[in-house]
Write a protein that binds this ligand. Structure first.
Ligand SMILES: [Zn+2]
Length: 392
């Protein structure tokens, strides 16, 4: 449905900045490092229930912090738009919420409690303004998003249990582009080890299998693999890669160590199968020159698959209409710089997702900050997108 001025006016009037900010501050006030989102989920459920919503608390593979699920139905058959967010934060020292000069600060403000508050405000505004002519909104919020403490298992379980709309919006901290493509990602780790204990170079160390030399060869091979991938590029998402971010081995200069560790990432584009990425990484590791006595332990920790938005999906038109209505412009197409729940929805639910949230900064630091006026904008974009998408 095309958005008309009447709908836009009603949404503008129904979005309540005070209610939005109260919830945002409420959610930030409750610490929720990944795996420990129970208390904040309880609070969100309480607020939605107090607003008159029927709230479900599916355990979704994580009984310690059941997810939060609610729906708003227009009563007329139509599409369901899902608003989805995570309630957990990365494990950093807690910063309490505060609002100063129109900026909201605090743990999880950017990633992504303020975004969650904005999507909830959109739900309330749609309900209060009766603008939804058909279909409904499904709202889901969960734990276990942030790696390495979580691996997206609770969202995967929610999807498996059928808590899925016809498309989804995710209010993560990305506001200036419409993300149409994103690379998949895996963490890789290799340990090269020898038997025995560390020993002085001149007391037998010289004759030990050289884990550091083998490690150097491993790094060289992974660099060569990375160079071989430079041709696999996407105009927006960049190229496929193998990246070594950390190596460690040895304790002091004249001691033969027993272990060498390496950690990094593999990233790939839509159209490349995860199995292929895993295979070429393990093949490079297998080719490493390891003298007898050195064991190799290689791990490929798959995180999320690559992401590509189907531009023909009705979600795209609805989102762009909404941006036009609320912001007076649409967003240029770009690449999603991170992996997020959208990659999971695409892979496990087969639905289209758009990551769009406030103009927030400082994610994964203790300096998270979000402009309040931009949260209000996000709530309006979500409400209008629901009207445009759900009525079809
Ligand atoms: Zn996030």
């Amino acid at each position: 449905m095309k958005l008309n001025q009447d709908v836009i006016d009603r949404v503008n009037r129904a979005v309540r900045p005070d209610r939005l900010m109260e919830l945002a501050v409420d959610l930030i006030r409750i610490p929720s490092p990944t795996q420990h989102a129970a208390a904040v989920a309880d609070r969100l459920a309480e607020v939605l229930a107090a607003e008159g919503f029927e709230v479900g608390r599916p355990e979704a593979a994580w009984p310690r912090s059941p997810a939060v699920v609610t729906r708003y139905e227009s009563g007329v058959p139509g599409r369901t738009l899902q608003f989805n967010g995570h309630l957990d934060t990365v494990h950093l020292p807690f910063v309490p919420p505060r609002i100063e000069d129109g900026i909201l600060y605090g743990s999880g403000a950017s990633d992504m409690k303020a975004g969650v508050a904005a999507m909830c405000e959109a739900l309330l505004a749609v309900r209060d303004s009766h603008v939804l002519e058909a279909g409904g909104i499904l709202l889901t919020a969960h734990d276990l998003h942030e790696a390495p403490w979580g691996r997206g298992q609770q969202l995967a379980a929610l999807i498996d249990e059928g808590y899925v709309g016809d498309a989804a919006l995710l209010p993560e901290y990305l506001s200036n582009i419409l993300p149409v493509v994103g690379r998949g990602m895996a963490n890789v780790e290799v340990t090269l080890s020898r038997e025995g204990t560390p020993v002085h170079e001149v007391l037998g160390g010289l004759g030990q299998p050289r884990v550091i030399a083998a490690g150097a060869d491993l790094v060289t091979r992974l660099e060569a693999l990375d160079r071989s991938l430079t041709g696999r590029t996407h105009p927006l998402a960049g190229r496929e890669s193998v990246f070594v971010g950390k190596v460690a081995g040895g304790e002091i200069y004249n001691q033969s160590p027993t272990e060498f560790h390496l950690a990094g990432t593999c990233r790939w584009l839509p159209g490349t199968a995860v199995e292929k990425v895993r295979h070429r990484f393990l093949e490079a590791v297998d080719g490493t020159e390891t003298p007898p006595g050195i064991q190799v332990d290689a791990r490929f920790h798959y995180r999320r698959d690559a992401f590509e938005l189907d531009l023909e999906d009705p979600l795209v038109g609805a989102f762009e209409d909404s941006c036009q209505a609320v912001m007076g412009r649409t967003l240029p197409h770009g690449a999603k710089p991170f992996i997020d729940d959208g990659n999971t929805f695409g892979e496990l639910a087969g639905i289209e997702t758009i990551t769009h949230g406030p103009r927030a900064t400082g994610a994964h630091t203790t300096g998270e900050q979000v402009p309040v006026d931009d949260l209000i904008r996000v709530a309006k974009v979500y409400a209008c997108a629901a009207v445009a998408f759900c009525a079809g």
